[in-house]
Design a protein around this ligand. Structure first.
Ligand SMILES: [Zn+2]
Length: 84
């Protein structure tokens, strides 16, 4: 009988742990979903430098006349040459 009780104890313990893990994962998933809903836009939009074609996050890019540049130097270079 002792072996059966030990087995049942392990089964109960295993089920309890599995239950905890599943609950934890569900909580993480719902948290992630809430965060995604709070931020519908992509956190870092990639833009292309008009001067050299480099791709970089919008937060690090320089804007001018609806165009994006990787740096102020390239913005000035592009503005300083004739273009259409
Ligand atoms: Zn550039």
């Amino acid at each position: 009988m002792g072996g059966l009780i030990r087995l049942l104890t392990w089964l109960a313990l295993g089920y309890f742990l599995w239950y905890l893990v599943r609950n934890y994962q569900r909580k993480q998933d719902s948290l992630r979903n809430q965060r995604n809903q709070a931020k519908p836009r992509a956190p870092s939009l990639i833009v292309k430098c008009k001067q050299c074609g480099l791709h970089l996050p919008q937060s690090e890019a320089v804007a001018e006349d609806n165009e994006w540049f990787c740096s102020n130097d390239h913005r000035r270079l592009w503005l300083g040459r004739p273009h259409n």
